[in-house]
Design a protein around this ligand. Sequence first.
Ligand code: FES
Length: 153
Amino acid sequence: MNITCTVNNKSIEAHVEPNKLLVDFLREDLGLTGTKNPLDFGQTGACTVLLDGQAVKSSMMLAVQADGKAIITVEGLSDDQELNNLQSRFEAFHAVQCGYCTPAALLVLTELLDRVAQPTEQEVREQLDSVLCRCTGFQNIVLAALDAAKGQQ
Ligand code: FES
């Protein structure tokens, strides 16, 4: 099946098999390997991308379901080589250890910060429910998100 979509603000036309997962399309066909595929049926959330601004698990949907949609992966969070506000807060607060969950954490928090300019700590923690970080204990991720929110006042 042919699909058209935008990926990181770039128009894409592609032929995909009807049973191809969105995560495989992104990683294998487009080379966007920031989206992880832990083969865990979405339990870690590491496959998260934004689909029309909503955080979705790309290993739980088919590529054909992205037809006509706008996808943002971690590679698309910054337009240039500079870290964006949230990414730079992750760096400043040491919110990254192995980095495996980081693309997903950045994307779910981007969704939250787009929706809620000044989220509470509780809202940040609830937003991170869908992402499993095995390294950080989440504390520095939460601090980074709250500081990023201050930066977008
Ligand atoms: Fe290692 Fe989150 S930094 S899983």
